[in-house]
Design a protein around this ligand. Structure first.
Ligand code: 13P
Ligand code: SF4
Length: 316
């Protein structure tokens, strides 16, 4: 980890030990989070990766996150522990079709969610995360710009509904969040004898988001829980991937936190790609094994970096 950066004397030779920084997303398992130098949401981890003075960044997350780290810190060796850690928002987006869609709206600013490939980022004007998407789109629309949004249809539908926009939307979904279900949610809410609350990630379907008291990023939801001042007996349903319940429980062991249901009686929703970050895979990555993000050309990195930097500059 970061503190492993030091130099050792071996006889008369000074050996520089490599600096390995490990980043983990909130959706990874508790034991993975405990192995990390930094745990956070997509925006926090991108910023951390950019500033990291490391030879190697091990990214216990998914591939687009590791690619973003490489885009922001090209000098570092970035390793994804398991090459299979993709994201449905990426795999559901065909780049040729996306380019056609983008080209068919020449007068629009293309805002893309960070859950996208490097090629996808290069086809966009701005990158956003769930933390700053509201502010960036409000800023652009406030300047009189026409905005098109990709790839998350649920997030886009929520923004259109919440703020009265009519952004053209790309149509991919997070296969995990898209499963949250309105009928199952109502059943669960009605089964609680006392009061209940719902907080949700904006990748969830619109009928679920319409009922949420708070909609925001993983860090945003965690902060909401930390600052909760209501009755601790109330039930708080959380519509997002199950990993973050660990962080919420650590922060507020006094609260009754439950995952929102995906069907009646099932309180579970887990991202298979995040869970590929096993202890063994992360350990191996820390030794240099795994998917090294070395396939992006300097031109591809530069093209993807511009819209990401625009976001980071705005969020500063
Ligand atoms: P956050 O940016 O909110 O951490 O979300 C990342 C993600 O993949 C959600 O599914
Ligand atoms: Fe992608 Fe959904 Fe997994 Fe997040 S939870 S990484 S959006 S598949």
């Amino acid at each position: 980890n970061m503190t492993r950066c030091d130099s050792r004397r071996n006889g008369s030779r000074i050996i520089m030990t490599k600096r390995v920084v490990t980043l983990a997303h909130y959706y990874t398992q508790p034991e993975i989070q405990q192995m990390a130098d930094k745990v956070g949401d997509s925006l926090e981890l991108s910023l951390f990766a950019r500033e990291a003075e490391a030879d190697t960044i091990v990214f216990a997350g998914v591939r687009f996150m590791a690619e973003t780290a490489k885009i922001l810190n090209p000098a570092a060796t970035v390793i994804l522990p398991d090459a299979g850690s993709t994201c449905s928002l990426v795999t559901q987006t065909d780049i040729v079709a996306l380019k056609r869609w983008r080209d068919s709206h020449p007068d629009h600013v293309h805002v893309a969610y960070i859950n996208s490939s490097a090629e996808h980022k290069a086809l966009s004007d701005w990158i956003v995360t769930s933390r700053n998407v509201d502010d960036i789109i409000a800023h652009l629309i406030g300047e009189g710009k026409k905005v098109m949004f990709s790839p998350d249809r649920n997030m886009g539908a929520y923004l259109n509904y919440q703020y009265g926009y009519d952004m053209p939307l790309w149509s991919a979904v997070c296969e995990v969040h898209d499963k949250f279900n309105e009928a199952a949610l109502n059943e669960a809410l009605n089964a609680v004898p006392g009061a209940s609350h719902l907080i949700a990630h904006p990748e969830s379907p619109l009928p679920v988001l319409k009922q949420a008291e708070y909609v925001g990023s993983t860090s945003g939801m965690l902060n909401w829980v930390k600052q909760y001042e209501g009755n601790p007996k109330d039930v708080i349903f959380v519509a997002t991937e199950d990993g973050i319940l660990y962080n919420m429980g650590l922060a507020r062991p006094d609260l009754d936190l439950r995952q929102a249901p995906i069907y009646a009686g099932c309180q579970c929703n887990s991202c298979p790609y995040m869970k590929m970050n096993t202890v063994e895979a992360v350990r191996r990555a820390q030794q240099g094994e795994g998917l090294v993000i070395d396939y992006l050309s300097p031109e591809a990195i530069e093209a993807a970096r511009k819209p990401v930097e625009r976001m980071l500059e705005f969020s500063r």
